[in-house]
Design a protein around this ligand. Structure first.
Ligand code: NZQ
Ligand code: ZN
Length: 386
């Protein structure tokens, strides 16, 4: 087992009505000026905006609104939020939304506290922010797990990069799974697939076997697969929705990564695909994962064989280790078809004239994977995804 340090500072309030019960008194513990951040308007249509505004008013807060945070949030949007935060002397950011709103706010929180350009600081100078405006995340769409970590994925349109940055971690996350009832089913599924992807990206890392993190991970993967199937038959099933929402946080709150070096190459590829095409994150992962795993499984046969048996329930009888390993990847591919997520770049909406080579060349090749990718092999993967 590798050495590790583990801490997670986010206090989680989970369940129906948690915001009503706790938010006003929590807000009273923070100073007056609040930046209320949200996306393109779903919060206004589903009533969450009015509800939050009510609690902010009850707690006597002065509110500055920061709206229009897009999916795959841009660095330009981060700068807009940081400017608002500075001008209005904001002392708390309330991020109400999915991963995009929460991620954008993590970097707004850090950028507002420094005169330096935070992109240059992190990527060119490899120095990381230490001062933040406190942040509370109200989760309206699950999948990314962004509410319990300090990573943020931001698109720098000028540099054509969608990359992971480090920013603020929410002091508090409120997860009321009923808020996601207004989320289109396609997004519920792509979010849940993102959770499964986080599990797999961590599972197929190093060390490859015999650790608690991976055994907890197997349980979460089975639970995610099972509850996606429940939701497909019964969209309103609150138990399945709640389990998926908590699984989403669990997959990215660091617990599964304890003692491990993770892979996340598939995320690197999807992020760059997103930088060039603005595709949906979970849907992009659904296209890439099976093809990526067909490329790497031979470098991690025992783990892929275990994945087939333990996660997909495939019998090892009459199979070689290689056959078993392959059957797990094919089970994953057929699950993606079953739940109706895209299985090709064409279905994802990526045009044929997209410069796949430029995208492949811009991807990071991470060290944690069973097999380190080259840009040539990433291009092959993209082409096979067409
Ligand atoms: O903008 P609005 O109008 O709010 O609509 C959003 C958006 O169009 C809508 N939505 C959210 N809650 C809703 C709702 N619609 C109806 N009812 C609700 N309750 O859903 C759409 C998608 O939202 P978004 O936040 O973009 O989705 P998601 O949560 O999947 O976040 C994706 C972003 O997170 C990054 C992704 O790369 C992508 O940029 N990730 C962040 C991670 C992290 N910080 O740990 C890890 C992930 O791997 C991921 O990379
Ligand atoms: Zn993800």
């Amino acid at each position: 087992m590798n050495n590790f340090i583990y801490e997670n500072k986010t206090k989680v309030y989970f369940g129906k009505g948690c915001m009503k019960e706790y938010l006003t008194s929590i807000l009273r513990g923070y100073s007056r000026n609040v930046l209320l951040a949200y996306g393109g308007g779903s919060v206004k249509r589903n009533g969450v905006y009015d509800e939050v505004m009510g609690y902010l008013s009850d707690a006597g807060k002065t509110v500055t609104e920061f709206s229009g945070i897009m999916s795959n949030p841009t660095y330009e949007k981060v700068q807009e939020g940081a400017k608002l935060a500075r001008e209005n002397e904001v002392n708390l950011i309330l991020a109400v939304g999915g991963g995009s709103v929460i991620d954008c706010c993590k970097i707004v929180s850090a950028q507002a506290k420094t005169e330096r350009d935070i992109w240059e600081m992190e990527f060119d100078c490899r120095t990381y922010p230490t001062e933040f405006i406190p942040m509370i995340a109200i989760v309206t769409a699950s999948g990314t797990g962004a509410e319990m970590n300090n990573g943020a994925v931001i698109t720098n349109e000028e540099r054509k990069l969608k990359a992971g940055m480090l920013g603020a971690q929410a002091d508090i996350a409120m997860i009321d799974p009923t808020y996601a009832l207004s989320l289109p089913m396609r997004q519920v599924l792509s979010g849940a697939f993102d959770t499964l992807s986080h599990c797999m990206e961590t599972y197929f890392g190093k060390p490859g076997s015999g650790n608690l993190s991976d055994e907890i991970n197997e349980t979460i993967m089975r639970l995610v697969i099972r509850n996606i199937r429940v939701l497909l038959k019964d969209e309103g099933n609150m138990n399945a929705r709640s389990e998926l929402a908590w699984a989403s946080s669990m997959a990215e709150n660091g617990i599964l990564k304890i003692g491990k070096v993770t892979d996340f190459e598939c995320h690197q590829m999807e992020h760059q695909l997103g930088a060039y095409t603005d595709c949906n994150h979970g849907a992009g992962l659904a296209v890439l994962h099976p093809v990526y795993y067909r490329h790497i499984y031979q470098s991690g046969l025992p783990k892929f064989a275990r994945f087939a048996e333990v996660v997909w329930g495939i019998s090892s009888e009459d199979k070689t280790e290689e056959e078993l390993a392959k059957s797990g990847i094919e089970a994953l591919a057929s699950f993606i078809r079953e739940i109706g997520l895209p299985t090709t770049l064409r279905e994802l909406g990526v045009n044929e004239d997209t410069d796949l080579k430029a995208i492949a060349d811009s991807c990071n090749c991470v060290a944690g994977a069973y097999k380190k990718m080259t840009h040539e092999e990433i291009l092959e993967i993209f082409k096979e995804c067409y």
